[in-house]
Ligand binder design. Structure first.
Ligand code: SAH
Length: 214
């Protein structure tokens, strides 16, 4: 896999586009500079890798729009060394963005094909998140508690396990809704165990599915 000056130039243009759309978190923008998105796409989409578009990645799933990745990552308010759980590894692009920010990442994917495909690409970039094939509804209790949890598929409801695995003060960013659109939602865990809820408008994600696919 080659990361040419042309690709780097295209990344800078994408970063400018993200800034125009309101992304201002420097750590997030720097991560977009570091991670070559074209590594995560089929060669037929190479030329469009740095446009603000979603693409098929196999197993009927899609890599999220760059803006969506940047927006969700910003909502997590990450700090270096934070422990983050991601539900829906997919292509692995969002996972790599989290790693580039310097947080410790645990990521779960329910499609074996995608789990297998993402792993070597992320390793090739020098990152070593803990990747798992399994059901994201259960979270990953063995690595909990988390400073942040990020769900990258549309959830019909908020899984209790994910709430339980969050630290006090920790944030859960989750698109909620069935059907075509979901409402981007951020829950912050309070000291009394309750949650503060904020919403950030409509987004469109592939659905969070219940059974682990073969
Ligand atoms: N972060 C990814 C987004 C991929 S789309 C990227 O940028 O490429 C969402 C992913 O969530 C899909 O790969 C889908 O297979 C996965 N997914 C859906 N339901 C899930 C579940 N219950 N547990 C874990 N992953 C799930």
């Amino acid at each position: 896999m080659i990361d040419s000056y042309r690709h780097k130039g295209l990344r800078r243009q994408l970063i400018d586009e993200l800034k125009e759309k309101g992304i201002s978190n420097q750590a997030v923008l720097d991560a977009f500079d570091k991670v070559p998105r074209h590594f995560f796409l089929d060669s037929s989409f190479m030329n469009q890798a740095y446009t603000n578009m979603a693409f098929q990645i196999g197993a009927k799933q899609t890599i999220s729009h760059p803006f969506t990745v940047a927006f969700q990552t910003t909502l997590l308010e990450l700090e270096r060394g934070h422990r983050v759980l991601e539900i829906g590894t997919g292509s692995g692009f969002q996972t790599a963005i989290l790693c580039a920010i310097g947080v410790r990442v645990v990521s779960i994917e329910r499609q074996k094909e995608l789990y297998i495909k993402a792993k070597p690409i992320i390793s090739h970039l020098g990152y070593s998140p803990n990747l798992f094939y399994g059901d994201g509804y259960k979270g990953k209790a063995s690595y909990a508690p988390y400073d942040s949890i990020l769900v990258t598929c549309g959830a019909p409801f908020i899984p209790q396990e994910l709430k339980d695995q969050l630290k006090v003060g920790g944030r859960l960013v989750i698109p909620i809704g069935e059907g075509k659109m979901q409402i981007m939602t951020r829950l912050t865990k309070l000291e009394n165990g309750e949650f503060e809820t904020e919403t950030y408008g409509d987004f469109s994600f592939v659905p969070m599915l219940t059974k682990t696919a073969k």
